[in-house]
Design a protein around this ligand. Structure first.
Ligand SMILES: Nc1ncnc2c1ncn2[C@@H]1O[C@H](COP(=O)(O)OP(=O)(O)OP(=O)(O)O)[C@@H](O)[C@H]1O
Length: 211
């Protein structure tokens, strides 16, 4: 599904990644600073590899030899980061529908009611993000990413801002999303417990190298 063979350099840091990632849920684990977020940013199209290529199915996302580069918004991937990054001035409903409204109706795989019931967030629709708990915010961020009907869901430590009790509450929702939507996921975490619970396979990163 995803074929990665690239190098990316920053002043003090080199990331070298070569991997074939199949559909399902893939955990990416490794110590702080090893390059996990950088790898997700390259796959998302927020960074461009100086060398090598990234392909999704038969589509080239980036290729340094042909200088091909598909911008992030054309990749149609969903992103969920640590703090959820909801738009503070929009209600939960408008946050959820943000990407959905920008899709052609024929491209919409999920409807608002389906996602809000999957994540149990119906009662929150008229609230603003500031009126949500951390766990509710995470579920809304996940819901927003799903309603964008992504071809791939990229999650960068989506639970790391939560305490253990909330993590235990949200993990079953993530599992439900995995099983009911079948959207392929890349899940970056420090936590082997989260990977054991959710992932079909694990890739390890160390000092910028993926194995
Ligand atoms: N914007 C940036 N400018 C310069 N260096 C950066 C930038 N972002 C990250 N780095 C450096 O690149 C390396 C990889 O960082 P990255 O955020 O990918 O690691 P990570 O594995 O996601 O870490 P963590 O688990 O702490 O989130 C680190 O050495 C980091 O200091």
């Amino acid at each position: 599904m995803l074929a990665i063979d690239l190098k990316f350099r920053r002043a003090q840091f080199v990331l070298a990644a070569r991997a074939q990632i199949e559909p399902g849920t893939t955990g990416i684990c490794g110590p702080s600073g090893c390059g996990k977020s950088t790898l997700l940013a390259l796959i998302a199209g927020l960074l461009r590899p100086q060398e090598g290529s990234i392909r999704f199915g038969d589509q080239t996302l980036a290729d340094s030899t042909t200088r091909a580069f598909l911008p992030a918004w054309k990749r149609h991937f969903g992103l969920v980061f640590q703090d959820g990054q909801l738009f503070p001035h929009l209600s939960v409903r408008d946050n959820l529908l943000y990407g959905y409204r920008r899709l052609e109706p024929g491209a919409r795989r999920f409807e608002l009611g389906h996602v809000t019931s999957l994540l149990e967030i119906e009662p929150l629709l008229e609230r603003r993000p500031v009126q949500l708990s951390g766990g509710e915010r995470s579920r809304v961020a996940l819901g927003r990413a799903l309603l964008y009907s992504p071809r791939l869901l990229l999650m960068d430590e989506p639970l790391s801002a939560l305490d253990d009790r909330l993590k235990q509450q949200i993990l079953p929702f993530l599992k439900r999303v995995r099983d009911e939507t079948r959207i392929p996921m890349l899940y970056v975490t420090h936590s082997m417990a989260e990977v054991d619970y959710l992932a079909d396979r694990v890739l390890r990163m160390e000092n910028g190298t993926l194995s």
